[in-house]
Design a protein around this ligand. Sequence first.
Ligand SMILES: [Ca+2]
Ligand SMILES: [Ca+2]
Ligand SMILES: [Ca+2]
Length: 208
Amino acid sequence: MGDRSAKLEAQILEAIIKRESKGTSIKSINRIILKFPKIDESLRKCKVIFEQFDEDKSGAIDLKELKHCFEKLQVKFTNEEINEIFKTCDLNDDMGISFNEFIVLLCLVYLLKEDHGATQCKSRMGIPDLEATFETLVESFVFLDTNKDGHVSKNEMIRAIEETKQSDGQIAMKRFEEMDWDKNGRVNFKEFLFAFTRWVGIEDDEED
Ligand SMILES: [Ca+2]
Ligand SMILES: [Ca+2]
Ligand SMILES: [Ca+2]
């Protein structure tokens, strides 16, 4: 992530902290795990949306296609914001948004658009099923981030897993290390989302 996406990263952090102040209905990590099959099913359905927006069938969504996507979903961003969102979610820097990157992208958009017009309309992006899944992902993160500082620390992860009394700290550490890509000892919402797409089995290496 270069400086160009720093502003967006700050906005995401601000949005998640704001969301955390509202609490979560998820009270244990088992509740999250129980939701995996449903999350998985819903994210797989998202593939249809992905393919729809991949106009040239290249297997990835480029910047132009992303602009069309936002127009269609009626989410309003400036060109600069779209560029930032694109850069932030194009994790492997190949100038294309692959399917797993697209899921993360839509979920971040969902989070960022919480304040804007969500009150009069139940659906923010016109894809209510998927939005319910995004809400579960947001709620899962809020649950894990005990001190509500916008990051899940190693200790917070271990505590959550220990409370279930059925798995050991080793697994927690492994899960955490999978999430903490920049190895700074804490996981932000984006890192969490990317890890989640892999946990539920969405492959990111489907491109040739
Ligand atoms: Ca494409
Ligand atoms: Ca990419
Ligand atoms: Ca925390």
